[in-house]
Ligand binder design. Structure first.
Ligand code: COA
Length: 169
């Protein structure tokens, strides 16, 4: 396989991230959020990593990992310590459906569980994004139930460390 790596997102990626935001497959998965890239790429809070996925040096997608208990808007509400939450998308439409998202997600999951205190990862795909549900289920995520975030009707999914490690044996 090609060389896949996650590198920190910076202001150098601003126009690319804005371009990806306009792609129909990205919009469909996240129609209501303004990521305020020009502000967020310029800062580096301790509770967050914003990463660009590159294949052979070409940026193809974005991953965000947060500690939802510390995240400052409290998007996830009251959640226990020692969780992580992930957002992911492939920006380049011609890179969809080739296994790259699975590979990137495995790297992101390993990155989360590299911190020994992290017990589980949570995700909030839209209820309508049934293809993403299948994607997460194949990785071992389990549906916890529906939840409304602002205007978005979502299904919360969770992957426990023990489940992930058991799969990897
Ligand atoms: C979800 C996503 C990261 C998966 O990455 P990928 O490289 O396309 O996926 P893989 O090739 O590793 O695996 C294929 C599976 O991904 C999912 N997938 C493929 N294209 C998708 C799309 N446009 N939207 C949502 N999920 C998609 C499906 O489950 C697919 O399996 P299927 O063909 O049996 O339906 C990627 O498709 C994507 O960025 N989709 C749009 C944004 C999105 O939905 N992000 C998740 C928000 S919670």
């Amino acid at each position: 396989m090609e060389k896949l790596q996650l590198i920190p997102a910076t202001l150098d990626h601003l126009s690319l991230l804005r371009h990806w935001d306009e792609q129909p497959h990205v919009l469909a998965s996240d129609p209501n959020d303004d990521w305020e890239w020009e502000i967020e790429l310029a800062r580096n809070p301790s509770w967050r990593e914003q990463l660009i996925a590159e294949v052979d040096g070409k940026p193809i997608g974005f991953v965000q990992i947060i500690d939802p208990a510390d995240e400052e808007s409290h998007y996830w509400g009251e959640v226990p310590a020692n969780l992580r939450a992930i957002d992911i998308w492939i920006g380049e439409a011609d890179c969809l459906g080739q296994g790259l998202g699975t590979h990137i997600m495995r790297m992101a999951i390993e990155r989360c569980f590299a911190a020994p205190e992290v017990g589980a990862i949570i995700i909030d795909p839209l209820s309508s994004n049934t293809r993403a549900h299948r994607f997460y289920e194949r990785l071992g995520f389990v549906a916890i139930g529906p939840r409304q975030f602002g205007e978005d009707k979502c299904i919360v999914y969770r992957l426990d460390r023990a489940n992930w490690r058991a799969q990897r044996k």
